[in-house]
Design a protein around this ligand. Structure first.
Ligand code: B16
Ligand code: MG
Length: 221
């Protein structure tokens, strides 16, 4: 079978915005009396803004402490802080090997797709000067369910006419690996081997520098 498409997560795979999400949620958590650490933060990776807030409130025993309007204000406050951190992003912030991989994919006419839970994805891709290298960016509001449901990845494959079992998905989050596997795709994890393998990753790399078209083809063909 030929590799038909590569479907990328954004935060934590294309660039280090996963760290900015952590910094912004952590500050909001401290402001509302819910401190948390990196271990808890793993539960927020790949999870939508609204659902992330719910998880933080539950973690702090404050699931019922805020009205929907107050929750919207909290999520907006986090996003404003996060967006201010995005202002400093430049093309130098693309993770190692990613631009080279995208250029190889374009040369071979294999579509590269973004399946991110983030509503900020288009802005980030522009700041990294990568927007033109993706055939399609799935909008998180266009699917019924976020990660760990397969919807974002399946929509990405569909939009570029690829069969799910001929696609490779690349993710740094447990919820994202689960989404890729339930979409019936090959899952490459970026990060900690034990954590991502336990979510079903077929292969885990410590960082993106080991990614190449040859490596991804070897997983499918
Ligand atoms: P936003 P990904 C996800 O992006 C992040 O991992 C997650 O931490 C964030 O809450 C979510 O996007 C929503 O982001 O607030 O920018 O809409 O990893 O799926 O690329
Ligand atoms: Mg991610």
């Amino acid at each position: 079978m030929k590799l038909q498409a590569v479907i990328f997560d954004l935060d934590g795979v294309i660039t280090d915005t996963a760290e900015y999400h952590y910094v912004a949620w952590k500050r909001l958590g401290e402001q509302i009396g819910i401190p948390f650490d990196r271990e808890f933060n793993e539960n927020l990776k790949g999870i939508s803004r609204g659902e992330s807030l719910e998880r933080i409130l539950e973690h702090g025993g404050k699931a019922d402490a805020y009205t929907p309007e107050e929750k919207l204000e909290l999520a907006t406050r986090k996003n404003e802080h996060y967006a201010s951190l995005l202002d400093s992003i430049t093309p130098d912030d693309v993770y190692p090997g990613i631009r080279e991989l995208l250029l190889e994919l374009r040369e071979q006419n294999i579509p590269a797709v973004i399946a991110s839970a983030s509503k900020n994805a288009p802005q980030i891709l522009r700041a990294l000067e990568l927007a033109d290298l993706f055939r399609y960016v799935v909008h998180p509001d266009s699917v019924a369910k976020g990660k760990p449901a397969p919807d974002l990845f399946l929509r990405g494959a569909e939009e570029v006419g690829a069969e799910p079992n001929a696609c490779v998905g690349i993710e740094d989050a447990q919820a994202g690996i689960e989404a890729i596997k339930s979409a019936g795709m090959v899952a490459v994890g970026i990060g900690e081997e034990i954590t991502l393998k336990s979510s079903g990753a077929d292969v885990v790399l410590p960082d993106t520098s080991g990614l190449s078209l040859e490596f991804l083809r070897g997983l499918i063909e």
